[in-house]
Write a protein that binds this ligand. Structure first.
Ligand code: GDP
Length: 503
């Protein structure tokens, strides 16, 4: 572990933009809506050859605690707390154009309590006039103020120089308070590769795959490259989607298969499943298209099962929603009327909202429960934007690398709360975990006895990890490894908390 720098601040001050500038790649999403789950982004970055981990906390968790009643917000609060706790240096971002806001003071209060070294990046100092407003931020009580403009890339160097000087000395194995990495040589390096993700649109015939491709490629937000990459039998089409000024590249694979260029003879079902299997094997994210009118059939389940087997990220699309929308609306109205008359108390629950239908889909495809469900109409264009948004979201989740300290903290807490016991009274002991791969997110977990690691326990840990890190749409692969009993856990107690200032 190479030292962690956390970017913290109230919403809309430019945290994601600054994150992008520092990392040098555009992977954070400039998208600050308070109260909404957003991507928890972290990246392995380098500054003049020195590696470190950068976490963008999103900032939601710094809002007043009493607002954190609902589960999503609670999880967000916990994530910010974890990031602050694990960080060696914190960059607090503020906005010169809005001056010191009450929420900035709250954030500062929380950060002072953490007793971590804090740098204040006063953002949006886009011209010399704005510079005059920087001193005002001294009232937050931190010694270091850095005027920056994430958009104009100015002021980043001095800020980072200071931040780097506060990181703990570079790791010599075993020399830091971090858990020592076990001597495991088979660890794969995190996948980096080209940034364009491969999308496969799969589903049985006539669910609307080609209609969706056509509708999407005509959308204003989608920029299709003029020259499709072509192989003999399939067409891969590179395209980009622009969201909030940020472009994300994708390759839509096997569009020839979708477009039914050739008439297929023989067993159409056999060929279409075969084709879907080939696309799934080649993709990063599978978009599984279902037909709202016909519902979920055996063949849909077969394709879904394949996506799970191949451990692909997935978004489920229920298409042709226009065909059932009227019936749903009617059912909704009837349900409302019944509720007003007080009749619905003892009746079985009717499916009337999209989330009811989403749950129903997830129940039928329970083995693919990690995939978000989107309802679309290729015909009317309904929710095509949401589909693009879901793909972008899942793509961002797939790039996540969980900082090792955070991962271990979350897993240790989870094991402490609930630990399986064998028939002989042996408890599961958890030593250490590390993310060894990004797509699919794969984690090695070192435990005392891997036989205690049942399917249901694995599910429990996956749930806890999703609560902490999201990973929506991504399968989580947990690989338990038994450690020889002679080796004691490296870290028996937490390191003393306290200021590391000036290290
Ligand atoms: P594919 O075999 O999965 O590629 O399906 P197609 O895109 O060829 O669509 C099959 C049929 O469904 C065509 O007649 C489309 O016009 C129709 N279709 C596709 N999407 C929609 C939709 O959202 N609503 C409606 N009403 N019809 C659709």
């Amino acid at each position: 572990m190479s030292g962690l720098i956390a970017i913290v601040g109230r919403p809309n001050v430019g945290k994601s933009a600054l994150f992008n500038r520092i990392v040098g790649r555009r992977i954070a999403i400039v998208h600050d809506e308070p109260g909404v789950t957003r991507d928890r982004i972290s990246a392995e970055a380098e500054w003049h050859g020195r590696p470190f981990t950068l976490v963008d906390t999103g900032g939601i968790g710094l809002l007043r605690k009493e607002k954190a009643g609902d589960v999503i917000l609670k999880a967000a609060v916990e994530q910010v707390e974890l990031a602050i706790e694990a960080a060696s240096v914190i960059i607090m971002v503020t906005n010169v154009q809005e001056g010191v806001a009450p929420l900035d003071r709250e954030v500062a209060l929380r950060l002072r309590a953490s007793r971590k070294p804090v740098l204040v990046a006063v953002n949006k100092v886009d011209d010399t006039k704005a510079e005059a407003g920087v001193d005002e931020f001294a009232e937050l009580g931190f010694d270091f103020l850095f005027p920056v403009s994430a958009i104009h890339r100015s002021g980043i160097d001095p800020l980072m120089q200071q931040a780097m000087s506060w990181l703990p000395a570079e790791d010599v194995p075993g020399s830091t308070s971090e858990v020592q990495s076990p001597d495991e040589t088979s660890v794969e390096p995190p996948a980096s590769g080209p940034s364009a993700l491969k999308l496969a649109i799969v589903g049985r015939p006539n669910v609307g795959k080609s209609s969706l491709v056509n509708a999407l490629t005509q959308s204003e937000r989608v920029i299709v490259s003029p020259i499709p990459g072509t192989t003999r039998d399939s067409v891969d089409v590179p395209f980009e989607v622009e969201t909030d000024g940020v472009r994300q590249s994708y390759v839509l694979i096997d569009t020839a298969g979708i477009r039914k260029t050739r008439q297929m003879h023989g067993d159409i079902e056999f060929y279409s499943v075969k084709r879907a299997e080939e696309s799934i094997a080649r993709c990063d994210i599978a978009v599984l298209v279902l037909d709202a009118e016909t519902g979920i059939l055996e063949q849909d389940k077969k394709i879904a099962a394949r996506i799970v087997e191949e451990r692909r990220a997935c978004v489920i699309v229920v298409n042709k929603w226009d065909l059932v929308a009227d019936a749903v609306r009617q059912a909704q109205e009837e349900e409302m009327a019944r509720r007003q008359k007080g009749e619905s108390k003892h009746r079985p629950k009717q499916m009337v909202t999209l989330s009811d239908f989403g749950e129903w889909v997830q129940e039928l495809l329970f083995f693919l429960d990690y995939a978000p469900v989107i309802f679309t109409s290729a015909k009317s264009g309904f929710h095509l934007d949401r589909l693009l948004e879901a793909v972008r979201y899942v793509a961002a989740q797939l790039k996540q690398q969980v900082p090792t300290a955070l991962l271990n903290r979350v897993l240790r807490d989870a094991v402490e709360r609930q630990s399986p016991v064998s028939a002989f009274g042996h408890f599961l002991k958890f030593f250490y975990a590390t993310q060894v791969r990004r797509a699919p997110p794969t984690f090695l977990l070192f435990v005392n006895r891997d036989e205690l690691f049942s399917d249901s326990y694995q599910k429990y840990l996956q749930r806890e990890m999703r609560k902490a890190f999201g990973f929506e749409g991504c399968p989580l692969v947990l690989v338990p490894k038994a450690r020889p009993k002679t080796i004691e856990p490296v870290r028996k107690s937490a390191p003393p908390s306290g200021s590391r200032r000036g290290r």
